[in-house]
Design a binder for this molecule. Sequence first.
Ligand code: ZN
Length: 428
Amino acid sequence: MINPKTVVNFYNLLKNQRLDISQLRELQNQKLRKIIKHAYDNVIYYHKLFDSAGILPEDIRSVNDLHKIPITTKSCLRDLDIREIISKNARPDDCIKMITSGESGIPFEFYLGPEEYDYWKLLLLRFHMANGMRLTDKCTVLAYPLRFPKNKRWFQRLGVLRHIYISALDPAKKYTDKIIKSNPDVILGYASALKLFAKEAEKRKDINIRPKSILSSGEMLDSETRFIVKKTFGIQIADLYSVIETGPIAWECPFHEGYHINIDSVVLECVKNGKIASYGEKGRLICTNLFNFTMPMIRYSVNDVAVLTKKTCSCGRGFPLLEKIEGRSLDFITLPDDRVISPAVILIMLRRLIGQAQHKVIQKEKDKILIQLVPGKNFREESIASLKREMQKELNAAINIDVEIVEEIKKSRSGKMRSVISEVANNL
Ligand SMILES: [Zn+2]
């Protein structure tokens, strides 16, 4: 059955869309004080961090005080023992474990409780519903097959939140056929996989599906994909900006005037040279999660660059806007049979196979992939052979995979860590 708390959370999340900015800020500050106190009292890492900075939870009364807390990066956390970063009452065995996507090449394990995981899903649902999805709609999800849920929930059997899952590992032609056959009301997927779908659909004259929403997440959504979706289906694709460690952060509504920041669930700071960036100025994003008490993320550096705007959206929602988000642009991989594989799929596959080892994928030729690895904790030499085997099997392709153990992954000239690079020209 559904947890009553989930029903209350759902009601509140929908209601928060009608609050004005000052009410939302007040709610955000209340939640912030609660998570700060919890983190200091229950998480060894934050207790030490606050002590080292000479601050107490009482010093953080609002978002304006947050700058007193030092920024936490992935590197600060990934080598610590799990007991130092998880709440003392939480048991990892009872939690949902996620491994971060590793766009930056540095994956790490992340935990949240079952109720918190439900809350996360509700944030997704709010984004979907704001873009026209009804609970009884048929949704087709284009994703990595090992992510498909094994069982249907009871309400799905009653026709609520019906989801059809389609593998993004199939050739784009094949999954486009399947999506068309599923005749969906809503299509969900990684931005890059949806790009391939949109390209394939554009070529066809006989497209007879009329989805009311196409929703992307997980990667940069480029303007070309937006253009083709609009041209082929007559609707605008709406994008969600989400980070595994902090959850769904910001999303587009049908007005497309920016990304609404979920300030009832996160605090997002945009920082330039150690100071809060002005409106309209590019800054690096720092995020504080307000709902994960199992493994709090406070002032966590998410490594993407964005621009905050003072403008408000014509939809009337009080959530402030991000004007644009930059970063997380990755290359597609083209296999010998000309299948073009979404980089998001490659990253998900890798993190399942090699856990916390830092990595970079370089495609040299169609049948040649080099994986550079910086072994993390728990890494075993034997994993390399199984990595090669599993990747060949999952990609269903005759490719040579070389694994090179390195001390560090070098950044590109732009200073960005690009974790999937292809030197093979693709037909995109
Ligand atoms: Zn809006």
